[in-house]
Design a binder for this molecule. Structure first.
Ligand code: OSB
Ligand code: MG
Length: 368
């Protein structure tokens, strides 16, 4: 494509209910969307940073600054590029992978729309729909948690993931397991533990969980390997897998037997596919994680999750799990416990300009 400009917006999307993890509670999703402007039409991407650097070191204002000061100017200097060339153009800038991913996605969407090809077809999906899991935040108490989980099971979600933290782990998990029997269940600690907590984490072994996600810190690959050897429950990494290289290292060390793939965290959908390919060749199951995406990112995630190596249900829940009103006209819905892989050109979405303007709190455009 030929890149004439990039528009960035900060959005504030109210959540249908507060979302609590071991690192905090959110009631509004602050997120950045990027629009690639080309002579032949626009492309949309999403930069999945949060307001505060609690999940990772990235956050809205840092992302906004590095995008406008460094990354978008580098892309505009290059002027003509294929989607596959974006990561190379942005490679000199260290880190800021969520920004790189969002900008790459905008270029990818513009390019695929121009060619009339869907993202799913471009990536090589093998399914037209994927089973949908839901990520459930920490609630007031285990009784409230059982209530909320019951609601999602009634809606048809194929897998439940509950967030845990020290003091809200064994009892919460026991309550859900006792209430609902042999459902597909997993837990996510978002780095809330240390190796000193291994005994508590081993108590989770009796619940026959699909996996425990990211119990330790992002850079604790060796400690994760030590912990994995002590647990029956498979250890899955999220925060630690920041690139294909990190995945290679984690597998070599035995830090994980399952990997959560998030395009934002690893610097783009193309890097995400590379991690998928690596894990598939190694026989390591992967699943598609989420970052409370808008309709832009959720459409892309549904396509990614339909690659053949995604053998576990992902956090690819319907739009209405987080939002009352999405910024696309055709939000992802839950059908029979599955979400459909979009088939239209590019991301296959139709932005609702009024809904988008209503949630826009900041806006800036750079042009050549
Ligand atoms: O750890 O998977 C995570 C949301 C924000 C940051 C980190 C995580 C999450 C989720 C929600 O669990 C997944 C979703 O978008 O459905
Ligand atoms: Mg996680």
């Amino acid at each position: 494509i030929t890149l004439d400009g990039v528009e960035l917006r900060v959005l504030h999307l109210p959540l249908v209910a507060p979302f609590t993890t071991s690192f905090g509670t959110e009631t509004v999703r602050e997120v950045i969307v990027a629009r690639a402007l080309t002579p032949d039409g626009d492309g949309w991407g999403e930069i999945v940073t949060s307001a505060a650097p609690l999940y990772s070191s990235e956050y809205t204002q840092g992302a906004w600054d590095v995008a406008l000061r460094w990354m978008i100017p580098a892309l505009l200097d290059a002027r003509r590029m294929s989607p596959a060339e974006v990561s190379g153009i942005l490679e000199p800038f260290v880190g800021h992978r969520m920004v790189k991913a969002g900008l790459e996605l905008a270029v990818l969407d513009a390019s695929l729309r121009l060619d009339g090809i869907s993202l799913g077809a471009h990536l090589g999906v093998t399914r037209d729909r994927v089973p949908s899991g839901v990520s459930v935040g920490i609630q007031r108490d285990p009784t409230a948690l059982v209530d909320v989980v019951g609601g999602y099971l009634d809606e048809g979600y194929a897998r439940i993931k509950i967030k845990i933290k020290p003091g809200r782990d064994v009892d919460d998990t026991a309550a859900v397991r006792e209430a609902f029997g042999a459902i597909a269940l997993q837990v996510d600690a978002n780095s809330a533990y240390t190796l000193a907590d291994a005994d508590v984490l081993a108590e989770l072994d009796r619940f026959d969980l699909l996996l425990i996600e990211q119990p330790l810190q992002e850079d604790d690959l060796v400690d994760h390997a030590t912990l994995a050897a002590r647990l029956q429950t498979p250890v899955c990494l999220d925060e630690s897998i920041v690139s294909r290289k990190a995945a290679v290292d984690a597998l070599a060390l035995g830090s994980a037997s399952v990997i959560n793939i998030k395009a934002g965290r690893v610097g783009g959908y193309l890097e995400a596919v590379a991690i998928h390919d690596l894990c598939r060749a190694a026989g390591i199951p992967v699943w598609c994680g989420g970052m409370l995406e808008t309709g832009i990112g959720r459409a892309a995630n549904a396509a990614l999750a339909a690659l053949p190596g995604f053998t576990l249900p992902g956090d690819v829940s319907a739009s209405n799990r987080f939002y009352r009103r999405d910024i696309v006209r055709d939000p992802i819905v839950l059908e029979d416990g599955h979400v459909r892989v979009p088939t239209g050109p590019g991301l296959g979405i139709d932005i609702d300009p009024v809904a988008l303007d209503d949630v826009t709190v900041a806006r800036e455009t750079l042009r050549r």
